[in-house]
Ligand binder design. Structure first.
Ligand code: NAP
Length: 304
């Protein structure tokens, strides 16, 4: 039986380890030809070693799949373009870009350095924008030449961004930014046959394994990154046609659709600053609290 992604060409960034590796393996199992991108650095974004990407390529080839390695830093504009070109030249086209590469530099706002801010924003935001831009330009050119696309951009957000987590102003700002980017890119690229969605994953990987408390074996099984790959595979496949601009949550515990910002209670504008307090407190008494990391109303925020 042909796989769900038979014949599709996919790039997965940051696919040497963790969640991206699971994406690359499942996409290949489902018949996709995969460019396995990985810089080969440390969790904080330093260093480079092409080993992990080659290992994943070998795993894919061992079960008869098709894959090539790519060692680009996805936040490098030219290297990112070369990665898109490599997919097209190697496999004759491009259908799916999964922007998964990421790093952490957690720190309280008061202690965060400029370098810690800059590198996290660069890898996540520019590392999403650059591959998306170069791929979108390719799909637009095809569309203008009268060809049809059934293409996908699948970005990576996080509950740390869409809901918010202490110690991650840099990472959370980038991940919330990716959610906004996803919706706007979805609006722009509809006309070219491209859907753009994001996944907010939850898994124990190198990025997260030493955060939080000790886990039981059962908790570790529920935290495997393999739970996230089916959603990515579905999004990459033709089955998800027409679904765009969404942020999905996926882990070994839950599959969910995250709902975005909406305008809440409203009032007539006031021109007296002394009048704002009463109006705003009344509006806030009718406003839903922000969500906690579990996506539910955060206790203690009612009315403020
Ligand atoms: P991981 O195991 O550390 O994998 C991240 C991958 O990204 C690594 O293979 C890393 O490659 C690669 N990478 C980092 N910077 C790169 C760059 N500039 N260019 C190319 N590749 C780069 O972490 P993970 O948990 O699987 O994370 C995958 C994505 O999910 C990230 O975007 C992360 O923020 C997001 N996420 C994860 C969780 C979670 O619970 N694990 C939760 C929310 C969001 P090298 O280190 O080999 O260079």
């Amino acid at each position: 039986m042909p796989g769900m992604c038979e014949g599709r060409v996919a790039i997965v960034t940051g696919a040497g380890r963790g969640i991206g590796r699971e994406y690359a393996l499942m996409l290949a199992e489902q018949g996709a030809k995969v460019v396995v991108n990985d810089l080969g650095g440390t969790r904080d974004g330093s260093g480079a070693d092409a080993g992990p990407a080659h290992d994943v390529v070998e795993e894919i080839r061992a079960f008869g799949g098709e894959a090539v390695a790519n060692g680009a830093d996805v936040s490098d504009w030219a290297a990112s373009k070369a990665m898109i070109d490599q997919a097209i030249e190697t496999f004759g086209g491009l259908d799916v870009v999964v922007n998964n590469a990421g790093i952490l530099r957690d720190r309280m706002l008061t202690n965060m350095t400029e370098e810690e801010w800059d590198i996290v924003i660069k890898v996540h935001l520019k590392g999403t924008f650059a591959p998306a831009h170069h791929a979108a330009a390719y799909w637009r050119d095809r569309s203008k030449a009268g060809l049809t696309n059934d293409a996908r951009i699948i970005n990576t957000s996080s509950v740390s961004g869409i809901y918010g987590n202490v110690g991650q102003t840099n990472y959370g700002a980038a991940k919330q930014g990716i959610a906004g980017f996803t919706f706007i890119a979805a609006l722009e690229l509809q006309r070219y046959g491209v859907t753009v969605n994001a996944i907010a994953p939850g898994a124990l990987t190198r990025l997260t394994e030493d955060l939080g408390p000790e886990r039981s074996e059962e908790e570790k099984a529920a935290s495997s990154p393999r739970w996230i790959a089916p959603l990515c595979t579905w999004l990459a496949s033709p089955q998800s046609a027409g679904i765009t601009g969404r942020v999905f949550e996926a882990s070994g515990r839950i599959l969910a659709v995250a709902e975005g910002w909406h305008r809440g209670p409203t009032a007539k504008p006031v021109d007296d600053p002394e009048a704002v307090d009463e109006v705003m407190r009344e509006l806030l008494s009718r406003t839903r609290p922000p969500a906690g990391m579990d996506g539910q109303d955060l206790p203690g925020w009612e009315g403020r």
